[in-house]
Design a protein around this ligand. Structure first.
Ligand code: SAH
Length: 243
């Protein structure tokens, strides 16, 4: 009997927590009805382009992408395009963010390693979908500014300045690993840091165009690999930036 009384309260309090996160988002992110309308249109476009995962579309409809933009470009935040951010890097195109996130096949509460924090937008999408996010960035300026921005928005993500090729062995294993820069090869160290049953999503290639790949770890030694079309990312580079 006791169990029956307690259970609904747990559900209600979880729901209340989520709601309060979004009230905070809306009030802190200078969000407006016009922005919300633009997001609804963006979500419709993503659906037309083949994104079907409801949780991914919901996250995109909730997160004010303009907050992750330079002020001068803010008006473009709801176009389905990549845009420049600090340190010569880019905020990925919404379709690409949605596509990669859909490939992760999140069920809720997974521990996710992201390589390439960049603007923090992709990390915010994962966080909104209840993932426990660890994110690595190699550009010092971006690492510091994005970490501060995410903190001020109460988006709780573990940010690291480091080299994504090495991953975070001290926090492994991860249920999912997402690389948001063009990898010249699939880093072995990251495959090692993946749980059995886990999924790595990575654009692979050294030219302007990469193949989007998903790799599922079947056992400690077996992997299943799939290719999902071509995309264009900034390169994944070794080491930490000098300035
Ligand atoms: N996920 C980001 C996309 C940023 S673009 C977003 O939503 O905005 C890719 C990012 O990967 C860049 O910021 C780049 O500096 C970073 N990057 C490239 N090589 C890396 C490496 N070896 N380790 C960590 N980050 C890397």
């Amino acid at each position: 009997m006791l169990f029956q009384y307690i259970q609904p309260e747990i559900l209600i309090s979880k729901h209340a927590l989520k709601t309060s996160i979004f009230i905070t988002f809306a009030s802190m992110m200078n969000d407006s009805p016009a922005h919300k309308g633009q997001r609804t249109q963006l979500v419709q476009l993503l659906q037309q382009k083949g994104i079907s995962n409801r949780a991914v579309l919901d996250a995109i409809s909730r997160i004010p992408r303009h907050v992750f933009f330079d002020k001068a470009l803010e008006n473009h935040a709801y176009e389905d395009k990549a845009f420049p951010i600090e340190a010569g890097q880019t905020i990925s195109q919404p379709y690409t963010v949605a596509f990669q996130t859909q490939l992760l096949n999140l069920q809720g509460n997974e521990k996710v390693l992201e390589i390439g924090t960049g603007s923090g937008y992709q990390a915010a999408v994962l966080y909104t979908m209840n993932a426990r996010v660890y994110s690595i960035e190699r550009q010092k300026k971006l690492y510091f500014s994005t970490k501060q921005k995410l903190q001020s928005l109460h988006i709780r993500i573990e940010c690291f300045l480091g080299d994504g090729f090495k991953g975070l062995p001290q926090f492994a294993p991860f249920d999912r690993i997402l690389i948001t820069a063009a990898a010249p090869f699939i880093p072995n160290s990251l495959l090692k840091q993946l749980c059995v049953g886990g999924i790595l999503v990575v654009p692979v290639g050294e030219g302007d165009i990469q193949n989007m790949m998903s790799i599922t770890k079947i056992s400690e030694t077996e992997f299943e690999q799939k290719v999902h079309g071509t995309f264009s990312f900034v390169p994944m580079l070794q080491g930490i930036s000098k300035d």
